[in-house]
Design a protein around this ligand. Structure first.
Ligand code: 6YU
Length: 463
């Protein structure tokens, strides 16, 4: 015996799978995951390209150490190499930032380590400072970008270098600011709120990858779920809540929620956990949930940031870069913001030609020619609409809290917890990560578990 309550989870990404695993483990019997696409994993997506494993979506376990549940799961399933699992690796704390390695200028020269070291140290120090305003009443500028640019300008006037070196240093800092846009998944750091930036927390551990691909973790987790629990290729059109719906198989029973799919299928439920990406929610909240979401939620969904970060993989006959870089003979480039969204409208040949031009210019080698290209297209993915969330200017942690609040908002309602919200964008301190997504799924599963185990009437059903 188990808990009879009917639960629908919308989305089979890390958060949806995490919620389903926890609920089935606790004895919930009637769980269904409805997934728009033909696969599990969502923004965790691995493929092969030029005989190497490449990640179209999530790349690293950020902060692989004891407190990271994705790291724990990956270890349990034996998916990491010994270096990633070593105590030494777990103890390294780079505060969420990878180390900068080699830099080339547009005149085709490699920059000296002396120059790049001092500039990257300055950038990382300023970035660290920009996280401190979470503790203050008022921040000096609205955005991280404005703060960083003002601080850089203050330092630059003190530089004693010649004009050419100063120019190079500023170019390097501009590049680092652009790279930061990729990490934050935003068009510009001027869009990222300074006050809330420090709300994102890093965990110790030097970021690591999955030698067999991130999706191996999804496959391993899916094996823990009952067969047939997922309905694939089945986009949800609308979640009707606060109603009294009858099920086709149990006409005597009524349910407060009914999930309507694009194909006309209807699935009644006691509880629905919505895990669709924030990008999707921003576009569809008006039609996805009926009666409509309370204004407090709508405003927070609109205020939160969700941008695009894409990857460009280039395959070469032979690597021309330093041997310690990953991916064998495949190079991975990142592109964020509006340029990234524009790139999605171009053909592979157009992107390959531009990349060839850039690489030839920066390496000073006019004959480098990539063989093939593969680009991610997260913005035009109809069920994602971007890459991941960030806390935009004007946002605060309370916007995330608002989005998380289950419907109906009144806890005293006789049919509580009808619609719950999970997904990376709903995690206060680990948004934009796989561990944030997993923890958000567990959080909503726990909410239901607590509800059923603490309610004396319902818990009679609990074996
Ligand atoms: C991480 C990393 N990483 C790179 C890129 C991307 C992401 N992330 P899902 O979308 O997975 O699932 C929802 C499902 O819902 C999906 O299957 C849909 O098809 C479905 N759906 C939608 N609509 C539906 C409908 N109507 N009906 C039915 N189903 C529907 N995370 O830990 N390490 O290296 C990266 C990266 C290019 C795109 C990443 C990384 C983010 C994770 O991939 C992501 O959070 C989770 O997989 C999401 O899981 P989910 O279940 O929520 O949604 C200070 C400060 C700064 C803060 N930022 C710095 C942090 C850096 C973040 N780093 C990211 C970097 C990379 C490279």
């Amino acid at each position: 015996q188990g808990i009879d309550s009917h639960i629908v989870i919308i989305g089979c990404g890390m958060s949806g799978i995490g919620a389903a695993l926890k609920l089935t483990k606790e004895g919930f019997k009637n769980i269904k995951i409805i997934e728009a696409t033909g696969r599990s994993g969502g923004r965790i997506k691995t493929t092969t390209f030029g005989n190497v494993i490449v990640e179209i979506g999530a790349n690293w376990i950020h902060g692989p150490s004891k407190a990271n549940p994705v790291f724990q799961l990956a270890c349990e399933h034996g998916l990491l190499d010994s270096q990633a699992m070593s105590e030494e690796n777990q103890a390294l704390d780079v505060e969420g930032h990878p180390s900068f390695q080699s830099f080339y200028s547009s005149s085709g020269n490699k920059l000296t380590p002396e120059l790049t070291k001092s500039v990257s140290q300055l950038f990382l120090t300023l970035l660290g400072k920009s996280k401190e305003f979470i503790l203050t009443e008022k921040e000096p500028y609205p955005s991280v970008g404005e703060f960083l640019k003002k601080e850089i300008a203050k330092h630059a006037v003190e530089w004693k270098d010649d004009a050419e070196t100063k120019k190079l240093k500023l170019a390097l800092l501009t590049m680092m600011l652009k790279l930061e846009c990729c990490f934050s998944g935003t068009h510009s750091m001027d869009l990222v709120g300074l006050g809330a930036f420090g709300g994102y927390k890093t965990l110790p551990g030097l970021d690591c990858t999955f030698p067999g691909g991130y999706e191996g973790l999804i496959d391993a987790m899916m094996k823990g779920l009952p067969e047939g629990i997922v309905s694939y290729n089945n986009p949800v059109k609308c979640v009707h809540w606060n109603g009294s719906f009858r099920g086709a198989n149990s006409p005597e029973q009524t349910f407060p929620v009914m999930v309507e799919c694009e194909n006309g299928e209807t699935v009644p439920a006691n509880h629905v956990i919505v895990t669709v990406p924030l990008g999707y929610l921003k576009e569809h909240y008006e039609t996805l949930i009926k009666p409509p979401l309370p204004l407090s939620k709508v405003h927070s969904i609109q205020r939160m940031g969700f941008g695009t970060n894409n990857k460009i993989f280039l395959e070469f006959e032979e690597p021309f870069w330093e041997p310690d870089c990953e991916y064998g003979h495949v190079l991975c480039g990142w592109i964020a913001g509006h340029e990234s969204e524009y790139m999605e409208t171009l053909s592979d040949t157009e992107v390959k030609n531009s990349m060839t031009e850039v690489i030839r210019k920066f390496t000073g080698n006019p004959s480098i020619t990539p063989k093939r290209i593969l680009q991610s297209k997260w913005h035009s993915d109809p069920y994602t609409k971007g890459s991941y969330s960030y806390v935009a200017v004007g946002c605060s942690g309370s916007d995330i809290e608002n989005i998380v609040q289950p419907l109906p908002l009144q806890e005293t309602d006789t049919k509580p917890l009808q619609v719950l919200f999970a997904g990376e964008a709903t995690h206060q301190s680990f948004y934009s990560t796989t561990h944030g997504a997993l923890l958000s799924g567990w959080r909503e599963a726990d909410r239901l578990i607590t509800h059923y185990t603490q309610s004396p009437l319902i818990s009679q059903n609990f074996s």
